[in-house]
Design a protein around this ligand. Structure first.
Ligand code: DSN
Length: 435
């Protein structure tokens, strides 16, 4: 009885996942923290690596059976250093927040002051007192922010740093439109003896493609990130560094293991290795296209009467576009209406919002639609469809059909191997050619 009930449950779960995938396949995903993994990366995520343990570093494991895991991890470390032009990598953190907790463990002490951005100005929850900063017991020192430029106010931030003298300065954002003025702030960091730490989760693929900024050569010692936003890898984490300081390298390694992980998810590590190799081959072209698409989307929305942030600066230098939709009913209601039409975005707090409970913003990311081959003219069409729902009062159900029509022409993945001719449809479980 229970057996047949549970078998039915299993099939219901499988069916839900298939329906989810099918829904995404004919929708327009614009969530800035998501992306699609390549067929080869996906294949390795359901390989036997998924079933194994490999605590420690290659050659120094606590388990047997790791000959090929070691080979892959050594390759992954080499590829990471090549893509990000640095001399240290640790690919064991299993997410971006876990990587951040590892960096906090390695580089700070409880009670330290750590520079960071406010959540309302785009900061990530791991730098909040209720997040990773709180776990480590460090106190945030908030930088000065220029809401018009949507970046740090350099003079104001210098003054705060000189006064508060944090030992570590974290530069990272969830609403990440423009590079940080790292070179301008580097002399102040030096003057107060602070170490620069960059959370590059959102812009990792753009950094790897050489199209954003190069934080490890602009004054930061460490870069932590998740590996699945603009960097189109599996959901995983990474710590990168440019340092000859053996003490820092050892602290980062021991913070990764045994600090914040035991086993480190070998299947996603293998998928990450593939994504890194593919990024060396295609990352520059993909990063350029992603940024051009975000700008085209910003332009298309502004031309249709939307209040797109940082219009004077070309809207964005990343994959993201931020739109204030207070007059369209606010972020939550706008995002829900768009979802009904198959346009997937998230509500987002914007600088100046009156209440954190009622964000006036929408955050849109161009990276996933770029991966399936869309270009600036499709971004204009996406802006038209958003306008149809939020300004023209057209029914989301009717617009849903036009969304399907647009997406129908973009079902294969680009910027990876086994793309295109493999007819890789991302609602397939694996989707590799049978050969
Ligand atoms: N909260 C995620 C984002 O969407 O920016 C990052 O972890």
């Amino acid at each position: 009885m229970v057996e047949s009930e549970m078998e039915a449950t299993v099939h219901r779960i499988r069916q839900s996942v298939r329906e989810h995938s099918k829904w995404f396949e004919d929708s327009l995903p614009l969530i800035a923290s998501e992306n699609l993994v390549s067929p080869y990366a996906k294949e390795l995520m359901i390989s036997d690596f998924h079933s194994r343990y490999a605590e420690g570093l290659p050659g120094e494991r606590y388990y047997e059976g790791n000959r090929w895991v070691d080979e892959v991890e050594i390759e992954c470390l080499k590829l990471a250093q090549r893509v990000f032009r640095c001399n240290f990598a640790d690919v064991r953190p299993i997410s971006g927040t876990v990587a951040n907790i590892a960096v906090l463990k390695a580089l700070t002490e409880a009670g330290d002051r750590v520079g960071s951005c406010r959540l309302a100005e785009g900061g990530h929850i791991s730098s909040a007192s209720f997040g990773a900063f709180g776990i480590r017991g460090v106190k945030p020192v908030h930088y000065a922010w220029d809401p018009k430029l949507m970046q740090l106010d350099v003079d104001g931030t210098r003054r705060i740093l000189l006064e508060e003298r944090p030992k570590t300065c974290l530069f990272g954002l969830s609403l990440f439109l423009f590079p940080f003025p790292l070179k301008e702030l580097a002399p102040t960091l030096q003057e107060i003896g602070a170490r620069g730490w960059y959370d590059g989760a959102h812009v990792l693929g753009l950094i790897g493609g050489g199209q954003f900024q190069d934080p490890l050569h602009e004054g930061c010692t460490v870069l932590s990130a998740s590996t699945h936003k603009t960097f189109p890898g599996p959901q995983h984490g990474i710590i990168l560094g440019e340092t000859q300081d053996e003490d820092i390298r050892k602290k980062l390694q021991s913070a990764s293991f045994p600090g914040v992980t035991s086993n480190h998810h070998l299947h996603t590590m293998a998928g990450l290795a593939v994504a890194l190799a593919e990024h060396l081959a295609f990352g520059e072209e993909y990063a350029k296209a992603t940024i051009a698409n975000a700008r085209a989307l910003g332009q298309g929305l502004q031309e249709r009467g939307f209040e797109v942030l940082a219009a004077d600066r070309g809207f964005t230098a990343s994959h993201q576009v931020a739109v204030r939709v207070g007059k369209e009913g606010g972020g939550e209601s706008a995002a829900k209406l768009l979802e009904k039409a198959g346009i997937v975005v998230n509500k987002n707090l914007l600088p100046g919002d009156k209440s954190p409970k009622f964000p006036e913003g929408l955050r849109l990311g161009s990276q996933e639609l770029t991966r399936v081959g869309m270009g600036p003219s499709e971004m204009t069409r996406v802006a038209e469809l958003i306008d149809a729902v939020l300004h023209q009062g057209r029914s989301p159900d009717e617009v849903r059909e036009e969304v399907r029509e647009l997406k129908r022409g973009f079902t294969t993945l680009r910027y990876c191997f086994a793309a295109g001719e493999a007819a890789y449809r991302y609602y397939d479980l694996v989707g590799l050619p049978s050969a």
